[in-house]
Ligand binder design. Structure first.
Ligand code: 5AD
Length: 350
């Protein structure tokens, strides 16, 4: 077997946007700081050549903290009785959009737990009204697993994008993170359905989730290579004290940055957020994410009084730079590392 060093693997990723599972495992598990800097520069170059130094904004509206699922890692799991549950009304959601639009947002991300209260009729009415009021904006939904019919209907009502992290591409690992009622097969089917319908689709996973191996991470990367999503959300796992994973260690920020960079090299055009979880674990996480190839930030547009209740994990950041109303402060931080926030819709470009 010919020995391939990490720099060769990075060059291969840069040039051909692919590496084998073995190469990815080697890279992720043995990359040293010097090689990580080489990887970072290649990822940054790639992002700059596709997007220049533009950073796209998505306004996150967390409209329901109810969830029918019991994902073991998530603070909003239905068995967690200590969570304050809330739902925004249609008018409250529209008010969030109005606030966001005034601030320059051209994408609204409606995210919630899997809450049956928001059935197709109600969700469709919300999407239609946002579409009518803001024809120049993108509407992104993040509502979990629904039927293909439901996805089709919401697309017809005017939604353009859908975020559904696959969480892990390994069946055994998936079953350690989710109850038996949930299946990776169905989740993957949802992602393919969404793509077929015409949504711009975002997959993604947590870095350092309990029981995750380096092989699992390589499988996530291979899965993304097959699915070819338009967006990818990755962030470190962060424990939540009222879940069975309360004592599991948080994900590693450095590893998350390395994965962002690899994803950028494998998918030069992908829309890649520097996530709130990254910014929660490291005060420079957002800027670091950008320097490793991320090109999207998702500030929080939810009503102030509810933000603390959308507690996916411990100490989730929702103020300071995470808050949509502090856009000026965020812009300055982004500018300090050589980038500029733009108010475009930031659609996927082939
Ligand atoms: N730590 C980090 N990310 C989490 N998510 C849910 N729980 C956690 C946690 N404890 C992520 C999942 C989900 C997204 C909305 O938030 O990947 O898809």
């Amino acid at each position: 077997m010919i020995f391939i060093n990490n720099i060769n693997i990075i060059d291969k990723l840069y040039e051909s946007h692919f590496a084998s599972k073995l190469e990815l495992v080697q890279l992720i598990s043995t990359i040293n700081d010097e090689e990580a800097e080489y990887l970072r520069k290649k990822a940054q170059d790639t992002a700059l050549s596709v997007f220049q130094n533009k950073i796209y904004l998505r306004g996150l509206i967390e409209f329901s903290s109810y969830c029918k699922n019991d994902c073991y890692y998530c603070g909003l799991q239905k068995s967690n009785s200590s969570v304050v549950r809330y739902r925004l009304s249609k008018d409250e959601i529209l008010q969030c959009c109005e606030n966001g639009y005034k601030l320059g947002f051209k994408t609204f991300v409606l995210q919630g737990g899997e809450d049956l209260y928001f059935n197709d009729e109600y969700m469709g009415a919300i999407v239609r009204e946002i579409r009518e009021k803001y024809p120049d904006c993108a509407i992104t939904l993040s509502l979990g697993e629904r039927s293909c019919k439901s996805y089709e209907y919401l697309f017809k009502c005017g939604a353009n994008r859908y975020l559904l992290r696959h969480e892990t591409a390994d069946f055994e690992h998936y079953s350690k993170l989710h109850p038996p009622s949930m299946s990776l097969k169905n989740r993957i089917q949802c992602l393919y359905d969404l793509k077929k319908i015409g949504y711009q689709v975002g997959a993604g996973f947590m870095v350092g989730s309990p029981f995750q191996t380096v092989e699992n991470l390589a499988e996530d990367l291979i899965f993304l290579h097959k699915l070819k999503p338009h967006m990818c959300g990755i962030g470190p796992f962060i424990h939540h004290s009222s879940t069975r994973f309360a004592n599991k260690p948080d994900g590693d920020v450095r590893q998350c940055l390395i994965l962002l960079a690899i994803i950028r090299l494998m998918h030069p055009n992908i829309l890649l957020p520097a996530t709130t979880a990254l910014a929660t674990l490291d005060e420079n996480g957002r800027e670091q994410g950008i320097l490793f190839g991320a090109n999207v930030i998702m500030p929080n547009l939810s009503p102030l009084n509810h933000r603390k209740d959308y507690s996916l994990y411990e100490n989730k950041a929702y103020s300071g730079c995470e808050a949509a109303e502090n856009l000026k402060y965020l812009s300055e931080k982004v500018r300090a590392v050589g980038y500029k926030i733009v108010s475009d819709r930031g659609d996927y470009i082939k």
